[in-house]
Design a binder for this molecule. Sequence first.
Ligand code: KG4
Ligand code: ZN
Length: 323
Amino acid sequence: MLLAIETSCDDTAVCLYDGQRIISHVLYRQTIHASYGGVIPEWASREHEVRLPQAVLQALQEAQVSWDDLQVIAAAQGPGLLGSLMVGHTFARAIAAARQLPFIGVHHLEAHVASLELSGEPLYYPFVALVATGGHTHLFRVIDPLRMELIGKTQDDAVGEALDKVAAWIGLPYPGGPAIEALAQQGNPQAFAFPQPRTDKPYDFSFSGLKTAFLYTYQRNPSVSLPDLCASWQEAVFTYLVEKLLQAARAYHMARIALVGGVAANKLLRQKLTKQAEEEGLQVYLAPLAYCMDNAAMIAVAAWHKYLSGQYTSLHTAPFARG
Ligand code: KG4
Ligand code: ZN
């Protein structure tokens, strides 16, 4: 029985996993940041401090698992907000030390990729994965559950961050992605044309130009239809993501592609990617909707692979914000 903790950003999550099934999963999404357009790091850490002990007890209770049943303890180690990471990482190491159990620190982006295993469908390697979150927009060549290579990343904002920022500009709450998605459903995606960004390296991303284009369109036209603006902007952003992912698949001769992370919860993006991939005869793996945004189940699955291969983490280790 593995206990996993996720506190990388603003979600406090605890999971119990037996190597095959999620036995319990307690998730608290912090709501205090909603009206601030983004996460306030100090507040996020404090919320984790307050919520985490109870979340661990609740996960044990729901699973009807005792402390004696635990065999391994895992936690997100980074990247993320350092203060937030420290809460979960230190809590997990303290349990491991007190119970004399192995500890496994998990890379947050590897965990997002591991969320694919929670779909219940067979997963075949290798594949190219797009990790699209509030902090990262990274393309990886995933060789097996324990090995992935970075092939491109954003040069400025992450796509989720860009969604959160434009949402804040037009008065929508944080997180902006779901709010924009809802508004865009009533809009015309062809109302405005936004240029596709260019980067020096073919598999890198850039969202700053698209963000500025959104702001100019909004400021120059005070009576603009917000649903049309959001629908058109989403269309441009998602066309860009899908195209990059497919280009990478072609270049790396991959027959399989994957989409994970909070932005992968977007239905339009899922549809667009599935359609394009089908046309090109590629197999698509989508993170299950319940596990796109931060959660502890993905930490558990990623940790399990490390556990089986004996890749334990020293208790004398610190979390990291970047990398
Ligand atoms: O993976 P995640 O929960 O946290 C990080 O690791 O950053 O991703 C959060 C991001 C936020 O930027 C949020 O706006 C975005 O995922 N997001 C969405 C949707 N749901 C969450 N973006 C677009 N459409 C959604 N439905
Ligand atoms: Zn994440």
